[in-house]
Design a protein around this ligand. Structure first.
Ligand SMILES: Nc1ncnc2c1ncn2[C@@H]1O[C@H](COP(=O)(O)OP(=O)(O)OP(=O)(O)O)[C@@H](O)[C@H]1O
Length: 430
């Protein structure tokens, strides 16, 4: 890319398109790899033979490839004895999660596994994937299985450069999706899976997703080629693999069901000014169900939503809230409970994978949250997009300043060219 005569947006995009037509989905711009999603299975690109070809080869000698990036970071970690990070960024559906999996596969290939490990780290992280996906992925306009959280997979190595452990860290789960979804999108997969689970759905008094407010705001209930009942069984199997016992599994799905019942609780204005009461018998049923499933006192649950506590130096004042504030309270409760459940699941996944607290160095792969740009964007997604772009901008600026100062890598001129290409691509996202 740095060899282009005219460095502007049409030039960069035309170059990527021409290469894509020649089945070259990868392009380098300095140390950065640009990947264009092929939306097709390309097994020959990622097989064992390909991994062997890239092993230990000087960066840039072979065609651009995600394995070359992984190999360069592994060699840098071993030779400089210093931890490395690989940042995977792009818009929703660009292929970040797939790329992260490919990097992990390559690192497992070169890093092997420490003696005594029965399952490879890649296997262990991948085995926990159905679980993370059930609770953290959802259908968006761009991607039927979009990750709605950021993920940092840290692969830990021992003194001899062998993999000795791994950890998955997640951040910024899109909490707002639990209570609000746009047309053509879905809530998190686990809700639909539980509704389709048959006996378990009956146990928790669930029915078709169209009966629940948190799911029927969009009319998208099913995914093409996906059977939610089968996916439910896969999620339960992943829980078994991760070591979540039966009673904990039951508790998890009780919480998922309770959130759906919570969403169906509506409020009417109370007799007193600025107060609210539960709307009707149907809502009372959902309130009772939510309380039973969460194992809390029903009156306490109701007052949590219809009253708020104001802390003053003289003591706490309990004040009634109007029906719209009660709805906000209900939604906040649902979002908080879901986010805590997600964090708990991630903790359990990490316990199952096994971390090496004494690891010599690590390679971290950051699968950054996929941004989307619509005609109308929600405030939450704009803030997320802005904060990630700001992180990227500051990281990249630091990197180019350092390279220019040290005349490192490929010389200051090339660094400036790479910076320009990077800005062109980043500006498109903004
Ligand atoms: N290298 C690849 N080869 C073949 N198919 C790919 C590749 N990368 C991505 N895909 C296809 O694109 C789809 C979307 O990719 P992926 O889920 O990785 O996107 P993403 O960038 O992580 O999206 P989001 O930010 O919404 O989670 C995948 O389901 C897969 O079918």
């Amino acid at each position: 890319m740095t060899k282009l005569v005219y460095l502007h947006e049409p030039g960069v995009l035309c170059n990527l398109a021409l290469r894509y037509r020649l089945n070259e989905i990868y392009t380098y711009t300095g140390r950065i790899l640009i990947a264009v999603n092929p939306f097709a299975k390309l097994p020959h690109m990622y097989d064992m033979h390909m991994m062997e070809q890239y092993r230990g080869v000087q960066f840039g000698e072979l065609s651009p490839h995600v394995f070359a990036i992984a190999d360069a970071s592994y060699r840098a970690m071993v030779s400089e004895n210093c931890s490395q990070s690989i940042l995977v960024s792009g818009e929703s559906g660009a292929g970040k999660t797939e790329t992260t999996k490919l990097i992990m596969r390559y690192l497992t290939f070169v890093g092997g596994r420490a003696i005594g490990d029965i399952r490879s780290v890649e296997q262990q992280v991948l085995e926990s994937n159905p679980l993370l996906e059930a609770f953290g992925n959802a259908r968006t306009v761009r991607n039927d299985n979009s990750s709605r959280f950021g993920k940092f997979v840290e692969i830990q190595f021992n003194k001899s450069g062998r993999i000795s452990g791994a950890a998955v860290r997640t951040y910024l789960l899109e909490r707002s999706r639990v209570v609000q979804i746009s047309e053509s999108e879905r809530n998190y997969h686990c809700f639909y899976q539980l509704c389709a689970s048959g006996k378990d759905a009956d146990k928790y008094k669930l029915a078709h997703p169209q009966n629940f407010y948190y799911l029927n705001q969009s009319h998208m209930y099913e995914l093409e080629g996906v059977n939610d009942a089968e996916e439910y069984l896969k999620t339960r199997r992943a829980m078994d693999i991760v070591g979540i016992c039966f009673s904990d599994q039951e508790a998890i799905f009780r919480i998922v069901a309770a959130i759906l019942h919570l969403g169906n609780i509506e409020f009417s204005p109370g007799k007193e000014f600025d107060s609210s009461v539960i709307k009707d018998e149907k809502c009372k049923f959902h309130l009772q169900m939510a309380a039973d499933l969460l194992m809390v006192d029903v009156n306490l649950l109701l007052s949590t939503m219809c009253y708020r506590t104001i802390k003053t130096p003289e003591g706490n004042i309990i004040k009634a809230v109007d029906s719209s504030a009660a709805v906000i309270g209900r939604d906040t409760l649902a979002k908080t409970v879901y986010a805590r459940l997600f964090d708990w699941l991630v903790d359990n996944i990490n316990k199952s994978i096994g971390q090496d607290m004494e690891s010599r160095s690590q390679i971290g792969v950051l699968d950054i949250y996929g941004f989307e740009c619509f005609k109308y964007n929600s405030c939450a997604s704009i803030l997320l997009m802005k904060s990630f772009n700001n992180i990227l901008i500051s990281m990249f600026s630091r990197w180019s300043r350092r390279n220019i100062k040290q005349k490192k890598l490929i010389g200051a001129t090339s660094t400036l060219l790479i910076t320009k290409i990077y800005w062109i691509l980043l500006k498109r996202n903004q």
